[in-house]
Design a protein around this ligand. Structure first.
Ligand code: HPA
Length: 272
């Protein structure tokens, strides 16, 4: 079975349970899953019940797909995601993105928890992703290219839609929510970075570092979707603060800012 057949099977099983055609997709990062409460009339699917979806293994990632409404818009919300460090092959990491695209999603909003590489970044700050550095050590499109998904050599000169970035920055300014803009570096994890790696990432142009988002963004652009990326800076990157890093801190910061995160994201979608 090739990837197209696998994706089609998952789409078919979702279609058997709902006729909703989502236009906006959201992926909620570590500690940010409470946003799913904003989805009205939600039809909920556990990753476990979806063919070819891998079960989630990370605490803070519930592993549910919700299809429902936010304001006038039909949305598909991934409460949790699949990471490369969990041991899945790259094509499995991007399978949910391809499923969302084939369900009808045209705008994919990717959110994540990330470590801040800049001294000006503090836990709880938000960052609009302007671009990324793929330091995962692989490209998720490696292997046979299926034209039904997109071209062999997709352009990546504007992965994160300039229009959506401008709209979001206008909204955050209006809502008086401070934010950064910057380059997200994806590393494979699961160990956090060393202080030397953090200095290296800052020197090569990174603003924040995390272990997700980039495979999904590449797969989404391959399929012609628009992408908006938002990082929640959950901690200062290794060596930039006196305390050691922990997943607890990442989750706690996500939960601390959950209300303001949900508020601006919901407003952003409602106003589209
Ligand atoms: N590094 C990598 N991934 C992360 C971090 C970090 O500091 N914080 C949250 N996810």
């Amino acid at each position: 079975m090739n990837e197209l057949e696998r994706v089609n099977e998952t789409v078919k099983s979702i279609r058997q349970k709902t006729s909703l055609k989502p236009r906006i997709g959201l992926v909620l990062g570590s500690g940010l899953s409470a946003f799913a409460d904003c989805v009205e009339k939600a039809e909920t699917f556990s990753f476990r019940d979806l063919p070819h979806f891998p079960p989630p293994t990370v605490d803070g990632h519930p592993g549910k797909l919700l299809l429902g409404q936010i304001g006038a818009h039909s949305v598909a919300v991934m409460q949790g995601r699949v990471h490369y460090y969990e041991g899945h092959p790259p094509e499995t990491v991007i399978l949910p993105t391809r499923v969302l695209a084939r369900l009808g999603v045209e705008l994919l909003i990717l959110t994540n928890a990330a470590g801040g590489l800049k001294a000006s970044m503090n836990p709880g700050d938000f960052m609009i992703i302007t671009d990324h550095l793929n330091l995962l050590g692989f490209n998720p499109l490696r292997g046979e290219n299926l034209e039904a998904f997109g071209p062999r050599f997709p352009d990546m000169s504007e992965v994160y839609s300039a229009t959506h970035r401008q709209k979001l920055s206008a909204l955050l300014t209006r809502m008086k929510i401070p934010y950064h803009e910057g380059v997200y570096c994806a590393v494979s994890g699961p160990s956090y970075e060393t202080p030397s790696e953090v200095r290296y990432l800052a020197q090569v142009g990174g603003s924040a570092v995390g272990m997700s988002t980039v495979p999904e963004a590449i797969a989404a652009r391959h399929m012609g979707l628009k992408v908006l990326g938002i990082s929640c800076i959950t901690n200062k990157a290794a060596g930039l603060s006196a305390t050691p890093l922990s997943h607890e801190e990442v989750k706690e910061t996500g939960q601390r800012v959950a209300a303001s995160f949900s508020q601006f994201l919901r407003t952003y979608i409602e106003e589209l």
